[in-house]
Design a protein around this ligand. Structure first.
Ligand SMILES: [Fe+2]
Ligand SMILES: [Fe+2]
Length: 206
């Protein structure tokens, strides 16, 4: 397919440059407007992607969506705040595209919206989960010890012990995804910090 075929899709207004270095302020006003609309759809895209885990068992007692719901439900019922619960819900969302580094994928998605402690937990939960099974696969169950002494070590170990490794029970009554949707929308409504300032500026102007 030629690049021009994509241009047949209906976009009301488009930038005129063919190389970015020829871009103008007018071009970027158009792109900025589109970006703000697109960014608002992020929670929907994330929820859609989470649904891809439905029915994906990979040999586990529950599918990856149920595991995600159960992890989040356990965290919520234990009194964790909304950022924490959303992290728990999304911690394995990288499974589909990041088959060899899923914690990093999830951590990158949530990074703009949660405090650093939660991003760190998400990024490192793979090493910490290994404490419960790496030795069955000829690996070092103490791989997490490489991070001993880090300020978030205990928090990550606690996440895995209380919620993640505990969320494989087919008889547990998890909340449905609809229960968590408003939380995802609130947490992802605007970035706490981002390289791209357009969304924050838009919010300020409203
Ligand atoms: Fe995981
Ligand atoms: Fe998990």
């Amino acid at each position: 397919m030629k690049a021009t075929d994509h241009n047949l899709r209906d976009a009301p207004e488009r930038a005129r440059f063919r190389e970015m270095k020829k871009g103008t302020a007018e071009d970027w006003a158009i792109i900025g407007g589109e970006y703000r609309q697109f960014a608002r759809g992020l929670p929907d895209r994330v929820l859609d992607h989470l649904r891809l885990l439905d029915g994906d068992f990979g040999g586990f007692p529950v599918c990856r969506l149920e595991h995600s719901l159960q992890t989040a439900t356990r965290a919520h019922r234990d009194g964790r705040d909304e950022q924490y619960v959303v992290m728990a819900l999304l911690h394995d969302i990288g499974d589909t595209l990041g088959s060899y580094n899923h914690p990093e994928v999830a951590a990158s998605i949530i990074k703009p919206f949660v405090r650093e402690e939660l991003r760190w937990i998400c990024e490192h939960h793979g090493h910490f989960q290994g404490y419960y099974y790496f030795h069955y696969l000829g690996m070092d169950k103490d791989a997490r010890e490489a991070f001993r002494g880090h300020e978030h070590f205990d928090a990550c170990a606690e996440f895995c012990e209380k919620y993640d490794q505990a969320a494989f029970d087919p008889d547990y009554e998890s909340e449905p995804l609809a229960f968590f949707e408003p939380m995802v929308r609130r947490v992802m409504a605007r970035p706490l910090a981002s390289l791209y300032k357009l969304e924050e500026q838009a919010e300020a102007a409203e």
